[in-house]
Design a protein around this ligand. Structure first.
Ligand code: DX5
Ligand code: ZN
Length: 231
């Protein structure tokens, strides 16, 4: 049986989600406190396994530690092969959203429903070169659609110019089916590219370097939010 999807409150507002991949891990508690005070909506956690992407990062232990440091929703982006293997561990660790890649699962709808059935919000990410049709099909099972705007695997890369078209196609499908699904963008997001992505229909902005690798992360976060205000 499918778990009933949980609706988002404030569905139309934009959400800013700092990606801790770019944070200074020797001061993680401070980094989290600063962005939380500046109004971060979620904290994005990039899990990489050295197989689905070449890099290796962290796993449930970090999520568990972050859970003790913040009440912000933890948005866990699994760039790993066969991600459902880790569903229980990330759920136990305190993840709120679990995002899997279309390219890493056999059956996206059932994977997303398994995440929902465990009581988490389910996200589906797509790489920049993957054709959209199967992705669009799976959207009714998603709480969060994540359009990768760089090749996944590392922070600090430039936003790919083909992204707005893909974002617009996903937005169109979300509207056509009247889905309660956030539309996130991840990679190379700063004030300019966030504005471009927002115009194409994104409402959720993951940003690493443009927040944490600046002299004043709180000011940078607020600048990003201003950039995506409607009007
Ligand atoms: C890339 C990750 C991103 C990354 C974004 O594979 O999924 O979340 O942290 O970093 P920036 O914003 O620096 O491109
Ligand atoms: Zn990510």
């Amino acid at each position: 049986m499918e778990a009933p999807p949980r609706s988002w409150s404030r569905p139309r507002l934009s959400r800013i989600c700092p990606s801790i991949l770019s944070a200074d891990f020797s001061r993680l508690e401070d980094e989290i406190r600063v962005v939380a005070r500046a109004g971060a909506d979620f904290l994005h956690v990039d899990v990489m396994d050295g197989q689905f992407v070449p890099n290796l990062t962290f796993g449930p232990i970090l999520v568990e530690a972050m859970r003790k440091l913040t009440s912000l929703p933890l948005d866990v982006h699994l760039m790993v092969v066969d991600p459902l293997r880790f569903l229980e561990e990330f759920a136990e660790a305190g993840a709120d959203h679990l995002i899997v890649h279309l390219e890493a699962v056999k059956d996206a709808p059932s994977s997303l429903e398994a995440i929902r059935a465990r009581g988490l919000r389910a996200g589906l990410a797509i790489k920049p070169e993957t054709p959209l049709p199967p992705y669009l099909e799976a959207l009714p099972h998603c709480d969060l659609a994540l359009v990768m705007t760089v090749e996944p695997g590392a922070g600090g890369q430039p936003f790919l110019s083909g992204s707005p078209k893909r974002i617009a196609a996903v937005r169109q499908e979300v509207e056509r089916r009247n889905l309660d699904c956030l539309l996130g963008v991840d990679g190379g997001i700063g004030p300019e590219t966030a504005r471009e992505a927002a115009k194409a229909g994104a409402d959720t902005f993951i940003a690493g370097h443009s927040i944490f690798r600046t002299p004043d992360p709180a000011a940078s976060l607020r600048q990003l939010r201003r950039a995506v205000l409607p009007g």
